[in-house]
Design a protein. Structure first.
Length: 297
């Protein structure tokens, strides 16, 4: 706690004051920081820190998490979770709602926070295991504490294990995308592409090196294309178009990239560009029903 004296004059005087100035004694007991956890930085998911953690280390996807959910309140004042519930899960698998998935990735051991889902997208906070239904009135506020986590370090895995882990992560992201949990799927793809760079995933020499490299290239290309699909779902058409263009510069004539760039161009109102990509797609794949449907639009 700290205190100080503040002198007020003019419009800053307390209401009803008759003196030309007033001296206020101000005590600060606590400063609480608020962070925007939403992937698009649109304040749809906010974290207010109540108690700092014990260290700077934070969980990664695939870490084992132990969290205490102290209570959950809905926007209409109703109590969705009234007493502490201990929840254990593997980060990134979608075992808990997206609000908790994004929250724990930003927390340190021992940290206490209030995480508030303000978006109109109920998918952020729907969690049937906790009894939070799609009809819960927003905003929904989670009061929680990160009790413990077991870090996951991909760098310690062998080459074959890393590729298997990357394939599993890609498959999880695909499942999340189909479930409509696009932001969480997009995070998977983004982080996986970072691992390919940071860990030189699948590119090391040794036995079966060529087969590993081919598999790594396959997973990486799928992640890039699927990341573009996520951007389209999130209606971030400019980023989707730019990512598809970069991919096509490296892989000219890729049908999925052509279709997704055309979809982004359509979203941006760039109709000539969309038609050009779709015609090129139909030259390569005349039987593409998706291409013909989009061209008709």
């Amino acid at each position: 706690c700290s205190s100080d004296l503040v002198t007020c004059t003019g419009k800053w005087l307390p209401e009803g004051s008759t003196s030309p100035q007033a001296v206020l004694s101000v005590e600060v007991h606590e400063i609480r920081k608020t962070f925007d956890l939403s992937p698009q930085q649109d304040k749809s998911l906010l974290k207010k820190q109540l108690q700092v953690g014990e260290s700077w280390e934070q969980p990664e996807d695939s870490s084992k998490i132990d969290v205490s959910i102290e209570k959950v309140l809905a926007g209409d004042g109703s109590v969705l979770v009234s007493s502490p519930v201990d929840v254990s899960f593997i980060a990134g698998r979608g075992e808990v709602c997206d609000a908790l998935e994004f929250a724990v990735r930003s927390m340190c051991k021992g940290e206490r926070v209030v995480v508030t889902a303000t978006s109109a997208s109920y998918i952020l906070c729907q969690d049937l295991r906790l009894g939070i239904s799609p009809t819960a009135v927003l905003p929904v506020a989670f009061h929680l504490r990160l009790c413990e986590f077991e870090p996951f370090e991909a760098a310690r895995l062998g080459e074959e294990e890393r590729l298997s882990w990357a394939q599993e992560r890609k498959d999880v992201a695909g499942r999340l995308f189909k479930e409509g949990r696009v932001m969480l799927a997009a995070r998977h793809y983004h982080n996986l592409l970072g691992y390919f760079v940071g860990l030189d995933l699948g590119m090391r020499d040794g036995e079966h090196a060529e087969a590993r490299r081919a598999k790594a290239r396959e997973i990486k290309q799928a992640c890039r294309l699927n990341s573009i699909a996520c951007l389209l779902k999130l209606e971030d058409f400019t980023k989707a178009r730019d990512a598809a263009t970069q991919f096509l510069n490296e892989h000219p004539g890729n049908p999925k990239a052509l279709y997704r760039r055309a979809s982004a161009a359509l979203g941006l109102g760039e109709f000539d560009d969309a038609v050009r990509d779709l015609r090129r797609l139909l030259e390569l794949e005349p039987g593409s029903a998706e291409g013909r449907r989009l061209l008709a639009e």
